[in-house]
Design a protein. Structure first.
Length: 228
């Protein structure tokens, strides 16, 4: 039997996020960091260690949500499909964090709406619309959750969205000014660090919330492998 402590898992994740952010900030602030180190650990770059961690952590959220949905179905509980949809959403987020699918929306939306400034990274417009529609559709599901889980979900979601959309919008304004030579790269990098920190912190809260929910409602899960 494998015993999992939500608190211990969360502490480990917090330590990982702290180390990754510390290394990233150090490489951003260092006057002449080794290029390879910056490529590997800067959260502002893609296809590196922080990207792998972020993608993996979202995959964990997806797996936990699917596991809860399966347990709810077995117990005859409500909102099974909501847990499955939540799982699929985070599965997409995991894929997107590596493949950067959302950025494919930036140029078409920017060209169509002629956005600039805070909306220079125009993908945040459909992103914000998705968040509003998703929350509206999940209101009955959220009301059904235990109060503790609801608070954690709202905290995790708010933290993640604050980074993914809020800080991203501010970063868009700074990036546009940086391209025009009106802003130093250091300021832009600092906001990128904050954006990624909020996203990682939001996912840590989600993982804790799901593990805590499992510990309260399911207690034990048995995996059975059937022969063909």
């Amino acid at each position: 039997m494998v015993s999992i402590s939500p608190a211990r898992v969360t502490i480990v994740l917090i330590l990982i996020v702290t180390v990754l952010m510390a290394i990233s900030i150090a490489t951003d602030l260092a006057p002449d960091p080794p290029l390879r180190l910056k490529e590997l650990f800067s959260v502002g770059r893609e296809s590196n260690v922080p990207t792998w961690y972020s993608s993996a952590s979202m995959l964990i959220v997806s797996g936990l949500a699917w596991l809860i949905g399966a347990a709810r179905k077995q117990a005859g509980g409500p909102f099974v499909n909501h847990w499955r949809v939540l799982s699929l959403v985070f599965l997409f987020f995991s894929l997107d964090d590596t493949a950067m699918i959302h950025e494919l929306l930036t140029n078409p939306v920017r060209d169509a709406l002629n956005t600039s400034g805070l909306l220079y990274f125009a993908w945040v417009i459909p992103g914000a619309i998705f968040v509003v529609l998703f929350v509206a559709a999940f209101i009955p599901f959220l009301r059904h959750l235990p109060r503790r889980t609801l608070i954690l979900f709202l905290a995790g979601g708010a933290t993640f969205v604050a980074g993914a959309l809020g800080v991203e919008a501010i970063n868009a304004l700074l990036y546009e000014r940086w391209e025009q030579g009106m802003m130093s790269a250091a300021v832009y990098n600092s906001l990128t660090d904050l954006e990624e920190l909020l996203e990682m912190a939001g996912i840590v809260i989600f993982i804790y919330a799901l593990l805590d929910y499992l510990s309260q409602t399911v207690k034990r899960i048995d995996l059975v492998f059937e022969e063909e």
